[in-house]
Design a protein around this ligand. Structure first.
Ligand code: FMN
Length: 218
């Protein structure tokens, strides 16, 4: 194995390495509003959910040399944001919205993306996004040079054809994910696994595609 010690890495190499090994990453497409009312939209792939009761999402945002990114500053100011999940048809717009623009310029306006009012928070949502989650800031935690913003989801908005019985059909959603460098991916093969067996010891993996039998401890 090649050994790499973070302390030996120059400049942004550790960032690039993390981006290349933590893959594929879902992308939070975050809309915010500044205290003065400007809309902002930007993608963040250092993203996950951190609690399910209540539902909470976490997004890690880096700093600029001259201070906060617009998204971070807006969330600090207004404590509200909307996290969208983009689909394949929105890849160009999502990628382009990562450009560094002055805070008073709305990425959505520039890209011709229609914004719609949210139901419970002030930031507008991207009308075409198949999923939007309206969030209120719960906590901000500093980790190294990043700030991790955790928001409670106040409302899930899911396109009608995607949701059934509280589940979302990933094949219909066609989400996009981020890889290392300027690369993205779409969903590959979806592999349905049988549930793990209940057992007293550590759970064991069950061979792909095989129906487990009682007492199977593979
Ligand atoms: C797909 C994608 C994912 C990104 N993920 C992150 C991330 O997780 N954290 C981060 O700080 N910047 C990330 N960026 C960079 C920000 O989107 C970029 O700095 C953007 O200009 C921030 O916009 P804002 O100043 O309007 O908030 C990502 C960019 C792209 C295109």
């Amino acid at each position: 194995m090649q050994e790499i010690r973070p302390a030996d890495l120059p400049g942004e190499a550790a960032y690039k390495l993390l981006c290349a090994v933590v893959v594929p990453r879902p992308i939070a497409w975050v809309s915010t509003r500044s205290a003065s009312g400007c809309s902002n939209l930007a993608p963040f792939s250092c993203f996950t959910f951190v609690s399910h009761r209540p539902p909470m999402l976490g997004v890690s945002i880096g700093r600029r040399q001259d201070g906060f990114k617009d998204t971070a500053r807006n969330i600090h100011e207004t404590r509200e944001f909307v996290v969208h999940i983009g689909d394949e048809t929105l890849l160009d717009a999502l990628h382009s919205s990562g450009a560094v623009l002055p805070p008073e310029i709305s990425e959505a306006d520039l890209l011709g993306l229609e914004l719609a009012p949210s139901r419970l928070v002030a930031p507008l949502r991207v009308a075409r996004a198949p999923i939007a989650m309206e969030c209120r800031l719960h906590k901000v935690v500093d980790f190294g040079v990043n700030q991790f913003f955790v928001g409670e989801v106040l409302l899930f908005l899911i396109r009608e054809d995607l949701a059934a019985n509280g589940k979302v059909d990933a094949r219909r959603l066609r989400p996009i994910a981020r890889l290392g460098g300027p690369n993205y991916s779409t969903l590959g093969e979806i592999i349905a696994m049988t549930p793990q067996l209940e057992q007293s010891g550590p759970q064991s993996a069950v061979s792909r595609g095989q129906t487990p039998t009682p007492g199977d401890t593979r």
